[in-house]
Design a protein around this ligand. Structure first.
Ligand code: ARG
Length: 581
C-alpha cells in the first residue's frame, strides 16, 4: 500500500466510526508543504451534505483517527484535515523501498490489456517533427503502462496504403535512383514523390497515369503490387533505424494495408445493421440521434443551423477510407488481442475522426475504453510551425542529428577528458534524451517552442541535468573502498533535507498511476526534476562519506534509492543514463 492509500484506509475507518455508516474519502498530496504532506477535504464535503459545522466535524473525525506511528493530523482553514507524516514513518518506508524491485509502484494495470497506437507515419512521406511527439509520448506511455502491470501491445499503424501510391509507382517507374533507395530509402521516396507532384502540376496527363497506376494496384496488378511491397519494405527498414536510435520498440506493425480484405465485409455489415446508409452513391454513417447535438460527432453547427456531418466509409467509386480501416482495426484489436483499452496518440487535428470512430464502434457493439490522446504543435523561434530554411517541415532525423552534435560540443567543453567512442556514445544518450525530455516535460496539449539552448542546458529543467545528477550519485559509490550493501542498510532521518528526499522517494509509487488518469508524462518529468533537486539540496546539507557509521550507511542508502528511482523514472520517459559525462 502506498502512503496515500494507507492514509485513505485509516481515514475511512475514522469516517465510518464518526458517521455510523460506511464512508470513504480521498486524500491528496498537499500542494504546500508548510501545511503538511497530505490533506483531505472530507469534513467539508460531508458537513455540507449534513448541514453541520465542518471544523467541528473535522475535529470529531480526528478524534476517531488512529494514526499511531504514521502521522499527525490537524485542522486548517474552513475544515481541511492536514496530515504530517512522521520522519520515522518515512524512514521505515524508504528502508522498505530499498528492498522493493518495484520501488513502491503498485500493479494497477494487472489483468488488463492495452493497445497503444502511436508513431504511425505514412510511407513515402517524411516523418516530420509532428510524428516526434506521437512517437515519444506513445513510447513513454507504453513503458509506464507496462511498469504498472498492464499487458501492453505497441502497434505501429503505419499509413502503407492510400492514394499516394499511384504517384509513388509512377515515380518509381520514371525517376527512381536505385543506389539512393538502398542508402537512404526514406529520403529517396520523398524525393521521387516530390518530383511526381511537380510533374503532375505541369502535365495533367501525368496525374491521369498516376490514377491509373493506383487503380491497377488496388485491383491487385502483380507488377504494381511488387513495387508497393518493395516500397513498404525499404521504408520500414529506414524507419526501424530511427526507432533503434530512439530506443522505441513495437510489438506489431499492422499498417492500414493489413486490413484491406476486411473492408468490403465491414461496409456490408454496417449497411445490414442500419448503422450506415447510402447517400449520393457513397456509404455514410449518420447520427443515430441518441445524443444531444452538442455532443454528437455526426452533427455540426453551421450558419444555417445544425446539419449532418457524416463519416464516409465507402466512396461512390468503391474506394474505402481512413475511417473504414480504423473500424476494422478496432474489431481486430478487440477480437484478436482482447484489448480492454486502446490509446491513440495522434495530433489534435484528428479529433473529429476519433470522436466519430469511437461513436460508430460503440453502435457496432465494439465496447472498450478508447482514448484519443491528442497533442499540439512544435513551434520554431518565431512561434510559427517549425520549418527548415527552405520552408519544408523539419525532418525527425535532422533534429536528432543536430541534438547529438550539440550535445557532443557541450560535453567536450565540460569534460575534455572524454574522447572517441565513449564521448560519441555519451553525446548520443544526452542529445536524444534532451529532445525527449523537452517533449515530455510539456503539457502535451500546448504548442511548445523548440529551443536547443533550453533543452541542452546542464542547469535547467533538462535531461542533461537529470542525467548529470545520476552520474553524480553513482560517482559517490565509486569512491567507496568496498561495495555498499544497500539491502542491509537502515534509513534514519534527522535533517530536513533528508526528510524531504525521503518524502519524494516514497511518492514515486503514488505519482506513476496518476499519469495514466489523463495521459500526462509531464507529471513524471516534473517528479524526476523535483527528486533531483531534493537530492542536490540533501547532498549539499548532509555529508555522506564523512558521516559517522550509521548515518553514513543511511545516507548511502538514500543515495542508492535516489539513483535507482531517478534511473527508473528516466527509463519510463524513454531516456537513458550514461555512466559518466
Ligand atoms: N498515419 C496517420 C497520420 O500520420 C496516423 C494514424 C494514427 N492511428 C490510427 N489508428 N488512425 O496522420
Amino acid at each position: 500500500m502506498t502512503l496515500l492509500q494507507e492514509l485513505e484506509s485509516r481515514l475511512a475507518t475514522a469516517l465510518t466510526a464518526t458517521l455510523g455508516e460506511s464512508t470513504t474519502a480521498t486524500v491528496t498530496a498537499a500542494a504546500d508543504l508548510r501545511f503538511g504532506d497530505y490533506q483531505s477535504n472530507a469534513a467539508m464535503v460531508l458537513a455540507k451534505a449534513r448541514k453541520t459545522n465542518p471544523r467541528a466535524l473535522a475535529q470529531e473525525i480526528i478524534d476517531h483517527l488512529a494514526l499511531d506511528g504514521l502521522a499527525t493530523a490537524d485542522i486548517a482553514g474552513p475544515g481541511f484535515i492536514n496530515f504530517r507524516i512522521l520522519p520515522t514513518a518515512y524512514a521505515a518506508r524508504t528502508t522498505a523501498l530499498i528492498r522493493d524491485e518495484r520501488l513502491g509502484v503498485p500493479a494497477t494495470g494487472a489483468g488488463k490489456t492495452v493497445v497503444v497506437d502511436f508513431s504511425a507515419p505514412n510511407v513515402a512521406k517524411p516523418m516530420h517533427v509532428g510524428h516526434i511527439r506521437s512517437t515519444i509520448i506513445g513510447d513513454s506511455l507504453s513503458r509506464i503502462a507496462r511498469f504498472l502491470g498492464f499487458t501492453v501491445i505497441a502497434d505501429n499503424h503505419i499509413g502503407d496504403w492510400g492514394t499516394q501510391f499511384g504517384m509513388i509507382i509512377y515515380g518509381w517507374n520514371h525517376f527512381l535512383d536505385e543506389a539512393a533507395l538502398v542508402s537512404d530509402p526514406i529520403s529517396e521516396l520523398v524525393r521521387v514523390y516530390r518530383l511526381v507532384n511537380a510533374a503532375a502540376k505541369e502535365d495533367p496527363g501525368v496525374l491521369e497515369t498516376c490514377k491509373a497506376e493506383l487503380v491497377k494496384l488496388q485491383a491487385g496488378d502483380a507488377t504494381n503490387l511488387a513495387i508497393w511491397q518493395q516500397c513498404i519494405e525499404v521504408s520500414k527498414n529506414g524507419l526501424q533505424k530511427i526507432y533503434d536510435r530512439l530506443d522505441v520498440k513495437f510489438d506489431h506493425w499492422l499498417g492500414e494495408s493489413y486490413y484491406n480484405e476486411r473492408l468490403a465485409g465491414l461496409v456490408d455489415e454496417f449497411l445490414e445493421q442500419g448503422i450506415a446508409r447510402e447517400s449520393s452513391g457513397a456509404i455514410c454513417i449518420f447520427s443515430d440521434n441518441s445524443k444531444p447535438r452538442e455532443e454528437d460527432p455526426f452533427m455540426v453547427h453551421k450558419e444555417e443551423g445544425w446539419t449532418d456531418n457524416p463519416a464516409i466509409i465507402r466512396k461512390a467509386d468503391g474506394g474505402f477510407l481512413y475511417a473504414t480501416t480504423d473500424l476494422a482495426t478496432i474489431q481486430f484489436r478487440i477480437d484478436e488481442w482482447k484489448a480492454d483499452h486502446i490509446w491513440y496518440v495522434v495530433g489534435v487535428p484528428q479529433q473529429l475522426h476519433f470522436r466519430q470512430l469511437f461513436d460508430a464502434a460503440a453502435r457496432w457493439g465494439k465496447t472498450g475504453d478508447f482514448k484519443h490522446i491528442g497533442f499540439g504543435s512544435i513551434l520554431g523561434d518565431d512561434r510559427k510551425l517549425m520549418k527548415t530554411r527552405s520552408g519544408d517541415n523539419v525532418g525527425l532525423i535532422e533534429v536528432l542529428e543536430e541534438a547529438v552534435e550539440r550535445a557532443a560540443k557541450a560535453i567536450a567543453e565540460k569534460n575534455p577528458d572524454l574522447q572517441g567512442e565513449e564521448a560519441a556514445a555519451i553525446a548520443e544518450i544526452v542529445g536524444i534524451g534532451a529532445v525527449k525530455f523537452a517533449e515530455l516535460s510539456q503539457n502535451r496539449l500546448t504548442d511548445y517552442v523548440f529551443s536547443w539552448d533550453r533543452m541542452l542546458a546542464l542547469q535547467g529543467d533538462t535531461a542533461p541535468y537529470l542525467q548529470y545528477s545520476h552520474v553524480r550519485i553513482r560517482s559517490i559509490f565509486r569512491k567507496l573502498d568496498a561495495p555498499f550493501d544497500a539491502a542491509a542498510a537502515e534509513v534514519i532521518l534527522n535533517e530536513e533535507a533528508e526528510i524531504h528526499l525521503a518524502r519524494l522517494l516514497v511518492r514515486f509509487g503514488e505519482v506513476l498511476p496518476t499519469i495514466l488518469e489523463d495521459f500526462r508524462p509531464n507529471l513524471l518529468a516534473n517528479y524526476v526534476l523535483e527528486l533531483a533537486r531534493a537530492f542536490h539540496s540533501f547532498f549539499e546539507a548532509c555529508p555522506v562519506l564523512k558521516a559517522d557509521e550509521s548515518t553514513r550507511s543511511s545516507r548511502l542508502a538514500l543515495c542508492e534509492l535516489t539513483s535507482r528511482t531517478l534511473k527508473q523514472g528516466l527509463y519510463l520517459l524513454g531516456i537513458k543514463v550514461p555512466e559518466r559525462m
